[in-house]
Design a protein around this ligand. Structure first.
Ligand code: ADP
Ligand code: ASP
Ligand code: MG
Length: 405
């Protein structure tokens, strides 16, 4: 008998028929004698719909109230899934994140898990129940409702698997596994049998939304091996684990496009020590994550100034503009320009460490497609470029064909 944590994403619980299918799968595993903890997302579209309702009232709603609002999405699904299990004569009990013992810090809308005390989960499992747990949510030690950032149900599942020492962690979604590129953009993308934590970290950080970035960080830190697979069939999925020797022989594991970033440029920032520190400290204090940063050479001999560009998550743009506008006098830049129509294209692979010419090949491919590169950033196993979002899909297909076709 094994303890299995299964997570079902929004599409997999998208309507009552799908929820019944989930219950049938869970019942099958239980019949084989396993104990099951089932983490569910909100039904697809529900979280976005709730966000829209709040923004129709005001553009920048209170983050505390957003958490209270969004947590309802997952609460609907845990109950419906438990009811669907009851209909199959399987004993099941639903728990909110707080009831499951998930304690977080107080950073609303992107809270971090501090600890998990799954006493109730253990007790219910010992009583013969399937336990359905609301993904994406937790509670501060003071009892405030929090959420874990978009896609956060992945994190709930991985963190529970670690805390419960589960023997298996399965992430069920609407594709068969992790592909060399988003199969919705690149039709001839191939499913990967396995991928290392580091590669998936870079892919997820680069916008491959198949797994939430923070959930992969958590899995790597605690050595949680997991499988990403489809809730629509029984095909084997992709195993995510620590790097093995054989993974290095593949130069590029995958290509991804992040459409969820915006670019901000501060024009004519005085070129003096401490200016960048001032700007990024203020953004960090507002819990805004910054990705690529580019600073140009300075102009003007008497009073040198420079342009400073960076990318950030699109939903944070409004908040970032507020922070930056408040700094205008102190830092003394001329103006701020924001561009929401950018995409960040990345190629990822641990084999890049031992192969040369990868960047040149990527840039040549984009040049052949007449696609302009706006910003470039690299890590040991990733090369990213910022480009015009309108050319994003074309760029992904061309680069995928060049390296993985
Ligand atoms: P869930 O609701 O189950 O959490 P998501 O929508 O968050 O599912 O993630 C699954 C989606 O991720 C797929 O439908 C696919 O379009 C997208 N995706 C992006 N990049 C990849 C990739 N490299 N491999 C597989 N899926 C990807
Ligand atoms: N419902 C949340 C979201 O849409 C969390 C999740 O689905 O993982 O981001
Ligand atoms: Mg997801």
């Amino acid at each position: 008998m094994a303890l299995i944590v299964q997570k079902y994403g929004g599409t997999s619980v998208g309507d009552v028929a799908r929820i019944k299918q989930v219950a049938a799968r869970v019942a099958k595993y239980r019949q084989q004698g396993h104990q099951l903890v089932v983490v569910v997302s909100a039904m697809s579209g529900v979280t976005d719909g709730l966000i829209r309702l709040a923004r129709d009232i005001m553009p920048l709603p209170s983050e505390r109230e957003m958490d209270v609002l969004l947590a309802t999405g997952e609460q609907t699904t845990i109950a419906l899934t438990a009811i669907a299990l009851h209909a199959l004569d399987v004993p099941a009990v639903s728990l909110t994140g707080a009831q499951a013992g998930i304690v977080t810090d107080g950073v609303h809308t992107k809270a971090k898990i501090q600890n998990i005390t799954p006493k109730k989960v253990h007790a219910l499992l010992d009583g013969g129940n399937v336990v359905t747990v609301a993904g994406f949510q937790g509670q501060t030690p003071e009892g405030q409702v929090t959420t874990l950032g978009r896609g956060g149900s992945d994190l709930t599942a991985i963190a529970l698997a670690a805390a419960l020492r589960a023997s298996l962690c399965q992430i069920y979604t609407d594709v068969d596994g992790i592909y060399t590129a988003d199969p919705r953009i690149v039709p001839d993308a191939r499913k990967l049998e396995e991928v290392s934590y580091d590669e998936l970290l870079e892919l997820a950080g680069a916008g491959a939304k198949v797994m939430q970035l923070r959930s992969v960080e958590f899995a790597k830190k605690f050595g949680v091996i997991f499988e990403v697979r489809s809730s629509l069939n029984d095909n084997p999925g992709t195993i995510v684990k620590e790097e093995t020797k054989s993974m290095e022989s593949v130069v590029i594991r995958g290509v991804s496009l992040d459409r969820n970033q915006a670019k901000v440029t501060l024009i004519a920032v005085p070129d003096r020590p401490g200016m960048a520190a001032r700007v990024f400290k203020a953004l960090a204090d507002a819990a805004i994550n910054i990705d690529t940063i580019v600073q140009n050479v300075s102009h003007g001999a008497a009073k040198p100034t420079t342009d400073l560009s960076f990318t950030l998550d699109k939903p944070d743009l409004l908040k970032a503009r507020k922070v930056i506008d408040a700094l205008k006098k102190e830092v003394g830049f001329r103006e701020v320009v924001a561009n929401e129509h950018i995409g960040k294209l990345s190629i990822v692979g641990v084999g890049m460490r031992s192969h040369s010419g990868v960047a040149a090949k990527m840039f040549e491919t984009l040049a052949r497609e007449d696609i302009n590169i706006d910003m470039i950033s690299t890590s040991e196993i990733k090369i990213s470029v910022v480009l015009d979002l309108a050319k994003g899909d074309q760029a992904v297909r061309a680069v995928h064909a060049a390296f993985l076709g």
